[in-house]
Write a protein that binds this ligand. Structure first.
Ligand SMILES: [Zn+2]
Length: 689
């Protein structure tokens, strides 16, 4: 339920051949570490297009300048205010890590780990010298597989060392949907190489072509593992056939938004019936779960298909499938030829990215991913001043107060449901900046001369940390994002909203500017996360974080009627070509966007109630609130990436997160004197919260 999710695939090893030819003698500015953050105000006038009519296309009016001044960098699939800030954070972290990598004495335990991880990762010569060798251990284990009965133990090991859900399925821990105080084993679908099940099933020309390009990619990887061309092609066909069988039995992303479709508790006796050909006890044993806990099987139909696949597939084909996933999962950490091949399909073909990321980005992202709170602590010490925490916390409590008032005055909700809603609101925990207690990484062995080993050990450490939660009391203080992350989230089972330090910086939160753009931008984000507690998914969880209906039937019907207005509205918007927004997939985010900005506006009006406000840059305070909001969403995106997002991303494109929202706010029409009949004024505005 994250507000603005950005996927940063671990990719890149220096440059492609074409880029090398054009490489300048001096590194470009973005290829040097930052010691201070560049300042961009949260309302940036040059980023606007004042020639556009705000009542005709408010996104163009607010972001037209930004789109012209910020072409997509060659190593990115899209570019945005969030993406740019993330890159600034990365460059700042790069400076920290580079310093710690060079320092040999006086480092704390955590500083040794992140510094040496970074040093080992940056050692390109060592990776080249090793070539495929780090992969040989896993390939040897797969080759030695003697029978199907030995598969569960091997799978447990492969999954643990790689953290990869591509080995048939995904397994870990999660809060019990029925009792959020309990952490239980959680078995989910997985096993695919392509991003999502429809890539295996759809028959349109674009998907058929991508599928063929994927088959060619898998063939090339088998070639890299030493298979003769005809054998490699046959093996790729085997992988496609097996993955397609799993994909057909997997839920669509839109169905996975329904928590009831993901909740199926299985006790020990029931596992055998689910997968007669897969011995769960043998899978649990190497994971230290001999006690064989009860588990949630998110997608039973997927596991039935998995079992059918095991029963009908030869041992040789099972090994072929495992070899592919071993190579696929290890590619980012191997020598350049492996990374090049992975980039060529997964970034260039699938997302339209022309050029690989420089090595340092790859290495910073790995440290953030695997040792994130050790690195995050260094980041917070340098870049997140205590007054920032105080001021953003104040804004959060104001927006919660706005929601309380908003719920009380809703015309469509009964008093009984209102009481429940306010009760839930009152128990939401606000987490701002960074965790109160930092994660202990003392159990991770990080060596300066063993990058691949570091990846495996840190990955297995995290896997074991997740599994160790099963059956233990829940840690309510835990964070699901690292402090430098430029993003935020609401977790319905924890019933908490989380704003990492990385997202509370200019141009998103700007202590130098006045309230109007800050309440529009960061206030809108806080309201967005809060509204997730009451969107079509979040509303199904109660104050305790349990999946339990607390709505009267009439109020639930009233809610659905109001959200249908949003489903119908966003379904009309085109993402790219003739692909429309899948508005059932984006519904939760669209509800949160609208509710969030309405709440931020209420809180801002209360904040400035007695203040005398002046116009700035030819904009009155109301107008500055809305431009401040819109400018978080400025972005440019490659068409290939838009197609990928249309299938997988629960967020609408930035343009509609602005225009689709303001058409529903009479406050906006009033601010810019827009009239009914103009594009930015809906004749029948939608409103839920
Ligand atoms: Zn969201």
């Amino acid at each position: 339920m994250q507000t603005r999710r950005w996927s940063f695939f671990l990719a890149a090893l220096l440059c492609t051949a074409a880029a090398q030819a054009a490489e300048p003698a001096v590194a470009p500015a973005e290829d040097r570490p930052l010691t201070e953050f560049p300042y961009t105000p949260s309302l940036d006038v040059p980023s606007m297009d004042r020639s556009a009519d705000p009542c005709g296309d408010f996104y163009q009016y607010s972001c037209g300048g930004w789109m012209v001044h910020n072409p997509i960098p060659a190593d990115q699939a899209s570019w945005s205010v969030y993406g740019k800030l993330y890159q600034d954070n990365q460059r700042y972290l790069w400076g920290i890590l580079d310093g710690l990598a060079r320092q040999s004495a006086g480092r704390s335990g955590n500083q040794q780990k992140i510094g040496d991880y970074f040093a080992a990762c940056m050692d390109v010569a060592a990776a080249e010298k090793l070539g495929r060798q780090p992969l040989d251990a896993a390939l040897g284990q797969i080759a030695a597989l003697k029978s199907r009965q030995a598969l569960p133990a091997l799978l447990a090991q492969l999954q643990l060392n790689s953290g990869d859900s591509g080995y048939f399925f995904s397994f870990g821990s999660n809060q019990d949907y029925g009792d959020a105080t309990q952490v239980i084993a959680y078995a989910d679908a997985g096993g695919l190489g392509l991003p999502e099940r429809d890539y295996y099933v759809d028959k349109d020309a674009h998907t058929l072509k991508l599928r063929d390009q994927y088959r060619q990619h898998v063939t090339k990887v088998f070639g890299q593992l030493g298979d003769a061309p005809d054998v490699a092609a046959r093996n790729a066909a085997t992988v496609l056939r097996m993955e397609t069988q799993l994909a057909r039995a997997s839920l669509k992303p839109v169905d996975r938004r329904d928590p009831y479709k993901l909740y199926h508790m299985y006790q020990r006796a029931a596992w055998r019936g689910l997968t007669p050909h897969f011995d769960w006890a043998a899978f649990f044993q190497p994971l230290g779960l001999a006690e064989a806990p009860a588990m949630n099987v998110a997608e039973p139909e997927f596991y039935a298909a998995f079992d059918g696949l095991l029963a009908s597939t030869s041992l040789a084909d099972l090994k072929t499938y495992l070899r592919w996933h071993a190579a696929h999962s290890a590619a980012p950490y191997l020598s350049k030829s492996f990374e090049d091949e992975r980039f060529d399909f997964f970034d260039h073909t699938l997302r339209g990215v022309p050029q690989q990321k420089p090595r340092w980005k790859h290495c910073v992202a790995q440290v953030d991913n695997l040792l994130g709170e050790a690195l995050g602590r260094e980041f917070v010490d340098r870049a997140f001043a205590p007054p920032l925490k105080t001021s953003t916390l104040k804004m959060t409590t104001q927006i919660e107060q706005a929601m309380r008032e908003d719920i009380e005055q809703l015309s469509w909700m009964s008093a009984a449901t209102k009481r429940q809603a306010v009760g839930k609101l009152d128990t939401i925990v606000n987490k701002i900046g960074y965790p109160d207690r930092w994660r202990d990484y003392s159990g991770v062995d990080v060596r300066r001369d063993d990058h691949f080993g570091n990846v495996q050990r840190a990955t297995a450490f995290e896997g074991r940390r997740q599994l160790a939660k099963i059956g233990k009391p829940l840690d309510r203080a835990e964070w699901g994002m690292t402090p430098p992350t430029v993003n935020a989230y609401y977790n319905p089972q924890m019933n908490d909203i989380n704003f990492p330090a990385g997202v509370l910086q200019p141009p998103l939160y700007d202590p130098k500017l006045d309230d109007a753009p800050n309440y529009g931008n960061t206030g809108g984000t806080i309201g967005h996360e809060l509204t997730h507690a009451f969107d079509d998914e979040g509303r199904q969880f109660n104050a305790a974080g349990n999946l339990k209906d607390w709505w009267t039937p009439a109020d639930a019907a009233g809610f659905k009627e109001r959200t249908q207005c949003i489903v119908d509205q966003y379904a009309k918007y085109v993402v790219v070509d003739d692909i429309h927004i899948n508005s059932k997939l984006t519904l939760g985010e669209d509800i949160a966007d609208l509710g969030g900005l309405i709440l931020a506006h209420i809180a801002w009006r209360a904040q400035i109630a007695n203040a005398h406000l002046e116009d700035r840059d030819g904009l009155n305070p109301e107008q500055r609130f809305f431009v401040g909001y819109a400018q978080w969403a400025c972005n440019n995106e490659r068409p290939e990436n838009m197609r990928l997002h249309a299938k997988t991303d629960p967020h609408s494109p930035g343009r509609y997160r602005v225009n689709g929202l303001v058409v529903n706010m009479p406050e906006f029409a009033q601010a810019f004197a827009c009239k009914v009949g103009q594009p930015m004024v809906s004749p029948k505005p939608c409103r839920v919260w």
